[in-house]
Write a protein that binds this ligand. Sequence first.
Ligand SMILES: Nc1ncnc2c1ncn2[C@@H]1O[C@H](COP(=O)(O)OP(=O)(O)OP(=O)(O)O)[C@@H](O)[C@H]1O
Length: 503
Amino acid sequence: MRHLFFISRGGVLLDKLFSMDTAPVRNYLSSQQPEKVVALFEQLLMQYQVQQARFDALLNTVDEAVCMIDESDRVVVWNNLAEHLYGITAREIINKPIDQFFSNLLLTKVMKERRTVHEQQHTPCPDKHVLINARPVKLAGRVIGGVSAEKDITEVVQLNEQLSQTHEQVASLQLELDRVSTQSDSFSAIYGHSTAICEAISIARRVAATSAPVLLRGESGTGKELFAKAIHQASGLQGPFIAINCGAISPNLFESELFGYQPGAFTGADRNGKVGLLEQANGGTVLLDELGDMPREMQVKLLRTLQDKCFYRVGGGKPVAIDVRFIAATHRNLEAMIAQGDFREDLYYRLNVVSIVLPSLRERLDDIPELVHRGIKYYDTFYHKKITKVDPELMAALLQYSWPGNIRELFNVLERLVILADSSLLTLDNLPSTFRQAALAGGEPERRPQEINLVQTTGNIEKEMITVALAEAQFNKAVAAKKLGIPRSTLYYKMHKLGIECQ
Ligand SMILES: Nc1ncnc2c1ncn2[C@@H]1O[C@H](COP(=O)(O)OP(=O)(O)OP(=O)(O)O)[C@@H](O)[C@H]1O
């Protein structure tokens, strides 16, 4: 019983000792028999050894290099991982001033400034990078040393350095690749990877190698002129590319613009005469843009030029031979114009040897993120901004809008967004408010249809598709049905129902 009491008194004593409250200890010891004092010290020694064993086990179990210094910066603890990390054994470093071994010391600083650091990146010597936790060791409010635990991140830091070097190399290679491929691939200026645009590019590539006329169809801003230029470039023709906007030339000037005129051909004409656009394009490509707007009397003259590969200047009696590749472009329904007598069927067949339908942005939503990023990159460089991010809400709004003006309209909106941006993040805030509301409602600004009659709209679309397929199939119903992916009987039924006549 007495013995147990003694142990418990001894436990209290130990607490007192560790708290440095030594007066009660001294009082207690001086009142005891010497053999009791000896027993007490044996017990203390035992407890010390237990603590030391636990401490050693802990030190060499943690996954960090642990170092402890005393108040005069001498190393008092140095675990196995520290030996391994720095290649310095405990025998070499213990009791030596730590600054004999390291040039850049955070631990002594932490101790002197009485602060703690948590997971700070630190470079104690030139070839080592660590994440360090460190704090002062205090006893009764006095700093008696410092302790640090360090995780080796040298490999991570080196890999990261290599990664950023590689990233830079990849970026410069990418730029070089873009430069080379822009030079070598005429179609590289056409952005987008949706199935619809890839199909259009694939047809354009194949037809570019021939001299066949091409008819490019698609809404305004879908890239008809861009395709025409790419086809010209890919064709390898040495002559120039000349675009003629058939809707922009006044009908009475059309002939002289296209074919040129002889000196003194008409009043007000240049005395020296004039070389027409067709002649200027000799050896190259002519784009007849907005073909549907060509005056009807010009259509017949153009047809003759296409057939005979020569023409007459206004007022001239001598045929001028030309070797020109013709590409026509239109957003209009030429078949309906033929039906109404506004466009010559024979010219239509001459120019429509291969037709390429360019998809609207609505039909290739997949391409919008790519176009947005490319557009922003272009305007960002042009206006010297530093846009790095697009708010997902903005992207969602751009995806929901119906883009009646297609890529031209998209690029206009992007240009505005970049100009007005006042941070590196492009947000909805910079969209015109009319657009924002319409986009979030999924329509066009101020152009949302008031009422949509589904049956009528579907009928109109079906009618247009069937008319186009028939014309492309040269009115062969079996071929047209195949193009449309429907049985011939369904085609007959729909033609009857929609009132489509066929020769
Ligand atoms: N796929 C595309 N990739 C990159 N830019 C494009 C693409 N399509 C169109 N653009 C750009 O959009 C703008 C309009 O293109 P383009 O003039 O070729 O269209 P269009 O169909 O001829 O229009 P319109 O019928 O109104 O004359 C141009 O700035 C063009 O560079």
